[in-house]
Design a protein around this ligand. Structure first.
Ligand SMILES: CCCCCCCC/C=C\C/C=C/C(=O)SCCNC(=O)CCNC(=O)[C@H](O)C(C)(C)COP(=O)(O)OP(=O)(O)OC[C@H]1O[C@@H](n2cnc3c(N)ncnc32)[C@H](O)[C@@H]1OP(=O)(O)O
Length: 298
């Protein structure tokens, strides 16, 4: 895909240079065990079944898998590593943290930091989206917990979503509840999944949907009991992998390319928009109030 080509160069350069790995105290090499390969960069564990060509990526950044700069960098590099591995055809994205898929963007990365930091953070968020939404692999989200905002975005980037059937787990783009705005490419991703009107309702209200409502709304494709999420994802994956790769990939590209191209074309402008928006005093105040409320609810 066009966006993949643009993105691959920078991440691959970092991957091959080992800069990221050295920073983490050593290269994230594959460990082999029978038909399984695995690597971990710290916040992400990847297990690959060589017999099926399916990798399971587990987010393991407790307490809530929030997407900070380190996490996003590890995520994009891990994804790139799988993308360039021709034996890997499918990816199941899930969480190793109990009851949480991902709490979305790390709010502390958007509070009280320099403009340079905000810009680097936002570039990393964009890169995660470009890579996951534009992946050539079959991507299935095994949503085994709550998934607000950026966590919901990650799930929406996948080709298919299976969620644990527990009304305590909720998913949605709740940005307006924090006093912030989902950017156009979050909005486009949701529109491409549930349509324009449902997206408008959902985004304006900053609605979080408990799992059963998320299914009705089309935000997820299937609900299964909590202990069946991984096996259901594996079963769905084998169905998806029965379709010839080239035809499925071209179809995926046809559906997603307009949204991807839109961000690629205005990446720098989008970063500048984010920095000027997030650094406003009024927005910083809203985020502070939201964080205080989160801590007080305990
Ligand atoms: C004009 C156009 C301009 C466009 C500009 C675009 C701007 C767009 C900017 C950003 C888009 C933003 C996207 C996002 O993803 S924002 C993040 C939204 N996330 C949330 O709202 C989630 C909030 N968290 C929760 O609801 C809950 O924590 C939970 C359901 C995920 C888990 O609940 P529970 O198990 O009860 O855990 P706790 O609430 O106790 O949390 C544990 C611990 O973790 C901290 N925390 C939780 N979420 C986050 C987070 N997203 N970032 C940072 N920290 C988080 C929480 O505060 C607790 O910390 P502790 O008290 O120190 O233990």
């Amino acid at each position: 895909m066009a966006a993949q080509a643009v993105l691959r160069s920078s991440a691959r350069a970092r991957l091959l240079s080992g800069a990221f790995c050295a920073q983490r105290g050593g290269p994230a090499l594959w460990q082999h065990h029978q038909n399984q390969r695995a690597f971990s960069n710290g916040k992400i564990l990847v297990e690959m079944d060589e017999a099926t060509g399916v990798a399971v990526m587990k987010m393991k950044s407790p307490p809530v898998n929030s997407l900070n700069l380190d996490f996003l960098t590890e995520f994009s590099i891990s994804l790139e590593k799988l993308e360039i591995d021709r034996s890997c055809r499918g990816l199941i994205l899930t969480s190793a943290v109990s009851k949480i898929f991902s709490a979305g963007l790390d709010i502390t990365e958007m509070s009280g930091k320099s403009n340079e930091h905000y810009a680097a953070f936002w570039r990393a968020v964009q890169e995660m989206w470009l890579k996951l939404y534009g992946s050539n692999m079959v991507t299935i989200a095994a949503i085994n917990g709550s998934s607000p905002a950026g966590g919901c975005l990650m799930a929406l980037c996948c080709d298919y979503r299976i969620m644990a059937d527990n009304p305590k787990f909720a998913i949605g783009l709740n940005e307006t509840q924090l006093g912030i705005v989902a950017p156009f490419w979050f909005k486009d991703t949701m529109i491409n999944t549930i349509g324009n009107r449902a997206t408008e309702l959902s985004l304006q209200l900053g609605q979080m949907y408990p799992a059963p409502e998320a299914l009705k709304f089309g935000l997820v494709d299937k609900l299964v009991p909590e202990d069946k999420v991984q096996s259901a994802a594996a079963a769905a994956m084998s169905q998806w992998l029965s379709v010839p790769d080239h035809a499925r990939q071209l179809t995926k590209s046809m559906m997603r390319k307009p949204a991807i191209d839109r961000l690629v074309k205005q990446r720098e402008a989008d970063i500048n928009n984010f920095v000027s928006f997030i650094s406003k005093d009024s927005i910083q105040k809203s985020l502070q109030i939201y964080m205080d409320r989160l801590k007080q609810k305990k």
